[in-house]
Design a protein around this ligand. Structure first.
Ligand code: SF4
Length: 321
């Protein structure tokens, strides 16, 4: 068996920053630390931190008054920030700067009187946070068909934004329909779909046709990971989205000669390595790294932690490659 190991894959700069922030918060303030929603959408990462005294909350009222609370990489709405202030929480904001960029665009368009058409998936943490910046002015668009059903106050004053982790092709189909219906639609100066999402998709698009099967390391609720599996299937190569080697069904590998292995932006390299070890041990696989693009993006730690970083040298086992 041959394994094509896609690069780039796995952790992006935003996930690295969020995980290092939580490690540093644990080292500086000690457990318990509370995190609003999952720090990133990955079962392995969440369980790693639960074991170390981190509690993940879906309701901010569950955070004890005065406790330390970290906002996840997906960002939060102003209402949540306000609730944290009311409860006297020490809030650490580990929102990815590329998500913050979309929030700022929403604020700018809302102030200028635009209707914002947010392309994204209903219920995703990031979408909830972005819509919360301008709830009265924002409409969610999930498909090209949704575009035909939109009712806006002024067709000349509409702008679109997107969730950062969408399929580039799916988003473009919706944007094309929006441009047909609203020829004057305003757009962000640079795509909201982030570099990590588009680079991982580019690698799968280039490599999937050379493989019989694609294994995507990532959790089911990880949007960017799910898009990688979908993209491989669209390229004609069946794909499975798995949390780790333990999820691999031997039946998938019957008669398979070439496997493409990649990982979503929230999946740690540990789970990729365990998967490669299993393929080497059971199928005598040789692993061929395939570098489609290199990345050198990094983000600073949240403001609230920068002083602590100087005092405490912390590197997460999750982010070590
Ligand atoms: S996937 Fe993109 S937007 Fe999300 S945390 Fe990573 S870099 Fe930021």
């Amino acid at each position: 068996m041959k394994v094509l190991l896609a690069s780039p894959r796995g952790f992006c700069a935003g996930v690295n920053m969020a995980i290092e922030s939580l490690e540093l918060a644990l080292a500086s303030f000690g457990a318990p630390i509370y995190v609003y929603h999952e720090i990133v959408h990955n079962r392995y990462v969440v369980s790693h931190f639960k074991d170390r005294g981190v509690t993940f909350l879906d309701d901010i009222e569950d955070a004890p008054e005065g406790s330390t609370l970290l906002f996840s990489a997906h960002g939060v709405s102003p209402l949540i920030r306000e609730a944290a202030r009311r409860r006297n929480l020490t809030a650490i904001d580990a929102t990815c700067p590329l998500v913050t960029k979309v929030h700022l665009e929403a604020i700018k368009y809302a102030k200028a009187g635009y209707t914002i058409l947010l392309i994204g998936h209903e219920g995703h943490d990031e979408v909830i946070g972005t819509m919360g910046e301008a709830p009265e002015a924002t409409l969610l668009v999930e498909s090209p068909e949704d575009v035909d059903r939109l009712k806006v106050a002024d067709e000349k004053k509409v702008a679109y934004l997107t969730q950062t982790t969408l399929s580039v092709d799916d988003a473009n189909r919706i944007i094309d329909r929006l441009k047909q219906r609203f020829p004057h639609i305003a757009a962000p100066p640079k795509s909201d779909i982030c570099y990590a999402t588009s680079n991982r998709q580019e690698a799968v698009a280039k490599l999937a046709t050379q493989a019989d099967l694609t294994l995507v390391l990532g959790s089911q609720n990880s949007s960017n990971s799910a898009r990688l599996a979908e993209l491989s299937t669209e390229c004609g190569t069946p794909a499975h989205l798995i949390d780790g080697a333990g999820d691999i069904d031997p039946a998938w590998l019957e008669g398979v000669e070439t496997v493409l292995v990649t990982a979503g932006a929230s999946a740690p390299e540990t789970v990729v390595n365990e998967c490669l070890d299993l393929l080497r041990d059971r199928y005598n696989a040789t692993v061929e790294p395939q570098v489609i693009r290199t990345e050198s993006v990094s983000f600073p730690l949240p403001r609230e932690l920068r002083g602590h970083a100087a005092e405490t040298e912390v590197t997460s086992v999750l982010t070590r490659s």
